[in-house]
Design a binder for this molecule. Structure first.
Ligand SMILES: Nc1ncnc2c1ncn2[C@@H]1O[C@H](COP(=O)(O)OP(=O)(O)OP(=O)(O)O)[C@@H](O)[C@H]1O
Length: 272
């Protein structure tokens, strides 16, 4: 679906990624996990093709001989609260982005918009102005915008940011259902891997410019992440949640829940 080999990215003379490999199969759910500044957005932009790596190769889904079929939801979407756009208009705007050939006829477009709004559970607020919607409702609309061109691959940059835990859980379940129903592959970044643990097939854990990839229970282990970070970390599991702490912080667990960890905004915050 998409594969990247030996990705190295240098920005303003600083090495951000080095030797990152990744391959995503159709219908697979991949979580791209890492602390602030670990390089998650950078890697997504490389996969999308808007950032050329300093070294390495990427192959992307093809449709009719041309590279196409990627839906992208950026981390920051500036939605003008006063824009005279209804949710359904925002979805329709995504319709022709990834397609080849003539634009969709209006009846076909209307039907597709309806179906996509329904798929993401946004039909009931389809006629409201986008600026009037809550964060979670907007996120559903933006997902529909990314989905309407029927991409084979969805690249989602922090789609759960600013959502309450209930809404985040709903969006994750929705994505899981979509990838099963449509066989769309999903690569999604997140700080807190916990919400993704029930659905992720694979994790790409980024730290110190490098990545480890594999099933979550193999990647999220003390010895694996200690090697990746290049310093001692401890993986703790409690009440079905996983936490990654600097080794010397681990015994002070209850306190650590309220303080920043040595890893600036660690990938998996305690108690979040
Ligand atoms: N255009 C740029 N020029 C120089 N450095 C950059 C540029 N874009 C990003 N960086 C740096 O690259 C590193 C990785 O940034 P990136 O946005 O990929 O991280 P991230 O894992 O997505 O972080 P976050 O979780 O905070 O969104 C950061 O140190 C950032 O400052």
């Amino acid at each position: 679906m998409v594969s990247a080999r030996g990705i190295r990215v240098v920005l303003s003379g600083k090495e951000i990624l080095d030797g990152v490999d990744l391959a995503v199969a159709p219908g697979e759910f991949v979580g791209l996990i890492g602390a602030n500044g670990a390089g998650k957005t950078t890697l997504l932009r490389v996969l999308l093709g808007v950032l050329k790596p300093s070294a390495g190769t990427v192959s992307r889904p093809r449709r009719g001989g041309a590279v196409s079929g990627i839906g992208y939801l950026p981390q920051k979407v500036a939605l003008d609260p006063d824009a005279p756009l209804r949710a359904r208009d925002v979805v329709a705007l995504g319709a022709d982005g990834g397609r080849l050939g003539p634009p969709l006829r209006s009846a076909t477009l209307r039907r597709r918009v309806e179906e996509t709004l329904q798929a993401v559970g946004a039909s009931q607020f389809a006629d409201q102005r986008i600026g009037e919607l809550s964060g979670g409702q907007q996120q559903r609309v933006l997902l529909a915008h990314a989905l309407i061109s029927e991409p084979a691959l969805l690249l989602l940059d922090e789609p759960l940011a600013n959502l309450d835990p209930g809404s985040a859980h709903d969006i994750v379940l929705l994505l899981d259902e979509l990838r099963r129903r449509r066989n769309v592959a999903i690569v999604m970044t997140a700080h807190d891997m916990n919400v993704l643990l029930p659905v992720m097939d694979r994790i790409v854990y980024l730290a110190a410019g490098h990545a480890v990839t594999g099933p979550p229970d193999q990647v999220v282990r003390t010895e694996t992440l200690t090697r990746l970070y290049g310093r001692p970390v401890r993986v703790l599991r409690a009440e079905g949640r996983v936490m990654v702490l600097a080794d010397d912080e681990a015994p002070q667990l209850p306190e650590a829940a309220h303080h920043r960890q040595p890893f600036d905004e660690p990938a998996d915050r305690v108690g979040t």
